[in-house]
Design a protein around this ligand. Structure first.
Ligand code: NAD
Length: 343
């Protein structure tokens, strides 16, 4: 059993902790938190051991009547691998603690790429992370783009990608984020950081990305144009994408016309927190003009990186190869929203 510690128990960390618990080959040692807030209470209710991320703040947990199993050092020492899901920049600060204990660490997309030996997307470059000490799971948007581009590159070759990312203003709990009533080019000049981030996964790719922020908390939406090296047709592309376990082709005639209904669908399907680990590609949007492919895909920012973190744990600990890890993660989590439509 691989013993896993999760440092930072917020939007990403709590989902990764639950996903680790769902794995047959992993044990969750515990989760490190800075403050005894409602999420700490939820961790205790789930039976997860709490560790104090900042030793000086440990007494706050005592005052709140929350038992603490130890400090960050103790968690890292007890773990075979750490998933660091702290806010951007904190992972880089924690790196020396992971190094001190010789515990491999997985960071998130908010960290700079140079925090790690390699950036990671399970479908695209699992092998690069095998046995690595420091691995960075790329951001939600880059994860979504990498999953889409990997099969297209393999099947047709990709000459150039142009993607406009319509990004949610903040997560549902981020009450200080915006815009509330605006549409912001963000950044106003080319490129947004997503294109360069995709190049940490596919260094030889040619990609331009533009970003916007809108008053939504639900999901991101990508308007994608990929110039392929070979001409094809929409049916062939749809078939190719449908074979990918982490791509969900939103069927026609379902009434799912946007991110609101996608989230509703996920909740109806019994997904915890309404999470959608899969890219959601509208089947009707897949269009081909010569070698140009067009489509819309929605990305659930709070959860699409969760299965990637689980796979990254197996990669750094070398406990399973790519195909086995992806299959196990998919099965244990219940990947495949499209199954809801199979009759
Ligand atoms: P979050 O703010 O929801 O959660 C971070 C948690 O870490 C909070 O509970 C915070 O209290 C805690 N924390 C702060 N300092 C800490 C420390 N020193 N030690 C331990 N815990 C500490 O943030 P998030 O949205 O989960 O983002 C975490 C990382 O994941 C970031 O790199 C982010 O860019 C990345 N990411 C976020 C999203 C998203 O949409 N939320 C998607 C993909 C990747």
């Amino acid at each position: 059993m691989t013993k896993v510690g999760v440092v930072g128990y917020g939007t990403i960390g709590k989902r990764v902790a639950d996903a680790v618990v769902a794995q047959r080959d992993m044990d969750l040692v515990g989760v490190a938190k800075t403050s005894p807030n409602f999420e700490a209470q939820a961790a205790i209710a789930n039976g997860y051991d709490l560790y104090a991320a900042v030793p000086e703040r440990r007494e706050r947990f005592d005052e709140a009547g929350m038992p603490v199993a130890g400090d960050l050092d103790a968690l890292v020492a007890a773990a075979d691998a750490i998933v660091d899901a702290t806010p951007s920049g904190i992972g880089a600060q924690n790196r020396e603690t992971y190094e001190k204990h010789d515990t491999p660490a997985i960071y998130q997309g908010g960290e700079d790429a140079d925090v790690a030996d390699t950036s990671f997307n399970a479908r695209a470059n699992y092998e690069d992370a095998e046995g690595a000490d420091h691995v960075r799971v790329v951001s939600c948007n880059t994860t979504g783009l990498s999953r889409l581009l990997a099969p297209l590159r393999e099947e047709y070759g990709v000459e150039k990608s142009r993607v406009t990312l319509v990004r949610r203003g903040g997560d549902p709990g981020q009450s200080s984020r915006g815009p509330i009533n605006d549409i912001l080019p963000d950044p106003v000049s080319l490129p947004s950081h997503h294109g360069p981030d995709v190049k940490t996964i596919f260094p030889d790719s040619s990609i331009d990305t533009l970003g916007l922020k809108v008053p939504s908390t639900l999901m991101h939406m990508h308007s994608v144009n990929v110039t392929l090296e070979e001409a094809t047709d929409p049916e062939a592309v749809t078939q190719l994408l449908a074979e990918e376990s982490r791509l969900f082709l939103v069927p026609e005639d379902t009434g799912i016309d946007g991110t609101g209904k996608l989230k509703e669908f996920a909740l109806d399907a019994g997904r915890s927190r309404g999470d959608i680990w899969e890219n959601c590609i509208w089947a009707e949007s897949v269009a081909v003009r010569g070698r140009d492919l067009y489509l819309f895909q929605a990305i659930h920012q709070e959860s699409d990186v969760v299965p990637e973190n689980v796979d990254a744990i197996r990669a750094v600990t070398e406990t399973a190869g790519k195909a086995e890890s992806i299959a196990t993660t998919d099965e244990t989590l219940g990947m495949g929203l499209g199954r809801q439509f199979e009759r």
